[in-house]
Design a protein around this ligand. Structure first.
Ligand code: PSU
Ligand code: MN
Length: 305
């Protein structure tokens, strides 16, 4: 039964009907996570990377109040041009967007919700939201984390940025019963760097091993899974460079009193600006790497591929 708020692009619907591999992609990373025009170029390259690895891409957003599983290149370009003017759409934003026929770029949480409605189980992105540093005072915890507890989608990411408190992020995921799987790694990656110093719950060395755990998770009727895929060695950034930019971005956010949903986009933009083109190249490279792994997992899950 199609959902009354949902439009599935014909190519995506056909692949799902045939049990062929499909990979969901988010759109906050396009509108809020990267500058124009690299955001649009990257989004299109990521779709091509999914295809090159044998799956159909479904970039997800809310357009004029419709939940979209699969965008056209023109729709991706519009979101990228509009950038942060578009609503950043997490779980709580969806009813307002639907009711007022507005447009939003979906976060990890928003994308998981739409993917699950469409029947898509594997989703590739860059970095996960998490527990912010100082959350014991601010209570700033990304809605991505409770979404992972309840919605049955695997999120392939390069870990989470060190703008967050990664130890508390993993504690939260443990409390809420979310498995954190490391692809060819024993440690949780920290987005620009490969090693946060914190362990994952389980190391998997092949897409088939990941798929077996996903099948079991969903066979139990449980929710999401984090698949942590470290940035490729050649693109990893020096930790000191990232730490310095992160500390400065956090200090600026505090001084400017940035709160709520503006925190993450502010920090991302400042870290990008302070580290220049290097971090953008690393960001693009790790998203492509995640797209390839997500396509391989979707293929391993697919009974017909
Ligand atoms: N981290 C990144 N890049 C991103 C995001 C996080 O390295 O683009 C985006 C994702 O869309 C994520 C969202 O779901 O930020 C989390 O925002 P918040 O912390 O407000 O939940
Ligand atoms: Mn937040």
């Amino acid at each position: 039964m199609p959902h009354p708020y949902l439009d599935i692009q014909p190519e995506v619907a056909q692949a799902l009907a045939r049990n062929q591999p499909v990979v969901a992609l988010e759109s906050t990373i396009i509108a809020h996570g990267m500058p124009y025009p690299q955001n649009v170029q990257t989004a299109l390259r990521v779709e091509a990377e999914v295809r090159a690895h044998g799956a159909v891409p479904a970039t997800i957003a809310v357009l004029n109040g419709r939940l979209k599983a699969g965008l056209t290149a023109a729709e991706i370009a519009e979101l990228g041009q509009a950038g942060p003017k578009v609503v950043k759409a997490s779980r709580r934003d969806l009813p307002m967007l639907v009711a007022t026929r507005a447009t939003g770029a979906t976060t990890v949480a928003g994308t998981m919700i739409v993917a699950a409605l469409a029947g898509i189980r594997v989703f590739a992105t860059g970095g996960l939201g998490g527990v912010h540093r100082g959350a014991e005072q601010t209570m700033d915890i990304s809605a991505d984390l409770p979404e992972l507890a309840q919605t049955p989608v695997a999120v392939v990411c390069a870990g989470a940025k060190s703008i967050l408190d990664l130890a508390l992020t993993l504690e939260y995921l443990e409390t809420h019963g979310v498995p954190v799987l490391g692809f060819q790694t024993d440690v949780f990656p920290a987005f620009f760097t490969r090693d946060s110093g914190l362990p994952v719950d389980c190391r998997c060395d092949t897409p088939a091993q990941l798929a077996a755990i996903l099948r079991a998770r969903w066979g139990l009727g449980h929710g999401g899974v984090v698949v942590a895929n470290p940035i490729p060695h050649a693109l990893a950034m020096p930790r000191a460079v990232i730490d310095a930019a992160t500390d400065q971005a956090l200090a600026e956010a505090r001084a400017r009193g940035i709160v709520g949903k503006a925190v993450t986009p502010f920090l991302l933009a400042r870290v990008n600006a302070l580290t220049g083109g290097d971090s953008l190249a690393a960001n693009i490279g790790l998203v492509l790497n995640n797209a390839a792994l997500a396509a391989a997992i979707a293929t391993a899950l697919s009974p017909v591929a």
